[in-house]
Design a protein. Structure first.
Length: 609
């Protein structure tokens, strides 16, 4: 008979206590953390959450033509496990299965051996994508094959129906569906919308039983953008820009077309361009919108923006004659300023018409750096315009303390400052509309996914905009700039139908810290018709080969752009241009009043600027 052992009893009691404590711990775990894990596991087994992708909004021009759309395409997938099970159950041979895969591969433009190997390696998988963005015709042929395990998945794809047209405005989207440049990037949040979701209750066989109201959140589809752009004018601008660059073997160029009374951008073009449907073939440099990202020294196209304020402030008069000595002029501190032609004394009127660097230098000296700086500041140079596109460069207008004695003549000739084509076109709009500085805009309105108007941008009343020159000065400048086209540096821009006014520019390109003697930026800024301007244009060609003056390179194509666009807009022909006032004609260089009638052959003039 075994005697009682206190030690053994203690061990048994201790063991029972440990087991009891462990049991209590297990119960506590199952009632807390374990319970939540069990519930979560049951949720995963009994429910399935599906995402509902929001459809990206479209982009349209001002007349409703689609520039960017989201379209539904189909991806093809295969369920390898199901395919093999069906072929096995129905007694098909491997040869029959290989034959079906070969036909499928042919329709998907894939190698049959590679496809067969992929299906074999993923034999236990239930989903293997084998075709992306398959067109409708091939989808029909694939379905006719009646291959078990083949399925279709709808996907969204961004499409640009007009190809490269307005590519730099649109910008394009990446593989994740989000915008990369242009309005696609600037308005990515509005265009993208918000994805939705639903949570389905499943039975043991994973069949859907139902969806509770609180388990469904519909997607909020993206908003639609209506641009101020007119695709016909955009096409004309791109064609004329490409023609100019190709003709003169130029590396690049830009064009901006605006409505001067509203600031609406009707066209914005870069050369070379790209197709947003194929962004893989477009470098970052090619996609950059240089009309607002790449400022340049404008040369003589800056001169109207100095002369206008000088006339308004009574620093000079259009009939004041400047004592220009000839082809060269030495400044008070010894710097030599050169003109292409030596006309001798010229009135302020002809300083612009003939684009005299000497005359502008004399005017700059009289104004002094403070007034010269203020004259350019009022046009917004050196500041962003606020156009609704990303990465706008403010250009460059050095603060007054950074100017020196050389700045006076340099700035008066369009150097030592930098502007963008958008800024230049915006400034010229003020001469066209009577003196008001408009806000460039690209967005005409916004619609929700159902087509209801969310935002309608109405043009700001010109009277509420900053006045950079008074209406009298603006009208006087328009007449002077019309004469630039009749007997000045832009005779190649004269139209037989409409009165065009503008200013040419030819500026040396800076490289390696100095100005190249053989490389130029050739430009022409203009508007028409002069009596009631409807379009303003900035036309810039960079580094043309051979002929390089703005009057010969940019002006002819800007004229054709205006003529084609005004014809499309059905703008009536202009009346004959009035010659300079009789009291001013005597101080002008070789004026023939008959030359202002378009029925008269344009008189010979200098285009060297």
């Amino acid at each position: 008979m075994q005697t009682f052992s206190p030690t053994r009893a203690a061990v048994v009691f201790g063991t029972l206590c440990v087991l009891f404590i462990a049991l209590m711990g297990r119960v506590a775990y199952l009632q807390t953390t374990g319970r939540q894990q069990t519930i979560s596991r049951a949720e995963r087994q009994q429910h399935q959450t599906l995402a509902w992708e929001a459809r990206r909004g479209g982009v349209f021009d001002s007349r409703g033509f689609a520039l960017a759309l989201t379209i539904q395409k189909l991806d093809v997938f295969v369920d390898p496990k199901f395919m093999q099970e069906v072929y096995a159950e129905e007694g098909h041979t491997l040869v029959e299965m290989d034959d079906a895969i070969q036909k499928l591969a042919s329709l998907l433009d894939k190698d049959s051996l590679t496809l067969a190997q992929l299906i074999g390696e993923r034999g236990d998988s239930r989903f293997v994508k084998i075709g992306q963005d398959v067109d409708e015709a091939r989808i029909k042929e694939i379905l006719k094959l009646n291959i078990p395990g083949i399925g279709l998945v709808p996907t969204s794809s961004r499409s640009y129906p007009m190809g490269s047209l307005a590519a730099h405005i649109l910008g394009g989207t990446g593989k994740d569906g989000h915008g990369l440049d242009g309005v696609e990037l600037r308005f990515d949040k509005e265009l993208a919308g918000k994805d939705g979701w639903e949570r389905k209750l499943k039975d043991a066989r994973r069949h859907a039983i139902g969806v509770a109201a609180e388990d469904y959140l519909p997607p909020q589809h993206g908003q639609h953008l209506i641009l101020t752009l007119d695709t016909n004018i955009q096409l004309i601008a791109e064609q004329e820009l490409a023609a100019a660059c190709i003709k003169h073997h130029a590396k690049k160029g830009e064009v901006v077309v605006m409505d001067p009374s509203t600031g609406e951008v009707l066209a914005l073009a870069n050369y070379p361009t790209f197709d947003p449907n194929d962004l893989d073939s477009a470098s970052n440099d090619l996609r950059r919108d240089r009309t607002l990202t790449d400022p340049y020294e404008p040369g003589s196209t800056i001169k109207p923006f100095i002369v206008g304020p000088a006339l308004r402030w009574h620093v000079t008069r259009v009939n004041e004659v400047w004592p220009i000595p000839g082809i060269k002029y030495k400044t008070p501190y010894g710097r030599t300023i050169t003109d292409v032609h030596g006309y001798g004394p010229l009135a302020t009127w002809d300083v612009l018409v003939k684009s005299s660097n000497i005359g502008m230098s004399m005017l700059g000296e009289r104004m002094g750096n403070e007034k010269l700086h203020r004259a350019l500041s009022v046009w917004g140079f050196g500041r962003q315009t606020g156009i609704e596109l990303p990465a706008e460069n403010p250009g460059k207008l050095n603060s007054l303390p950074k100017w020196n004695k050389y700045s006076t003549e340099s700035v008066a000739q369009g150097y030592e400052l930098m502007v963008t084509p958008v800024q230049l076109c915006r400034g010229f709009c003020a001469y066209a509309n009577g003196g008001s500085l408009v806000h460039p805009t690209l967005i005409k309105g916004v619609l929700d996914s159902e087509g209801h108007v969310i935002l309608r941008n109405k043009p700001t009343d010109l009277k509420l905009l900053p006045e950079v020159v008074d209406p009298h000065t603006a009208a006087e400048m328009r007449q002077v700039l019309c004469d630039v086209v009749v007997r000045g540096t832009a005779t190649h821009a004269r139209s037989e139908t409409w009165n065009i006014f503008g200013k040419t520019g030819t500026a040396h390109i800076s490289e390696h810290g100095q100005y190249s003697p053989t490389r130029f930026n050739s430009s022409f800024v203009c508007a028409a018709p002069a009596e009631a301007p409807r379009l303003a244009v900035a036309f810039i060609i960079h580094d043309p080969q051979g002929e390089h003056y703005g009057g010969a390179v940019s002006a002819p194509h800007a004229k054709r752009l205006l003529e084609r666009a005004l014809t499309y807009m059905q703008i009536p022909a202009s009346p004959d241009l009035q010659p300079p006032p009789a009291n001013i004609q005597p101080v002008l260089f070789h004026v023939d009043p008959k030359a202002y009638s378009r029925k008269t052959k344009t008189q010979t003039a200098d285009i060297h600027d």
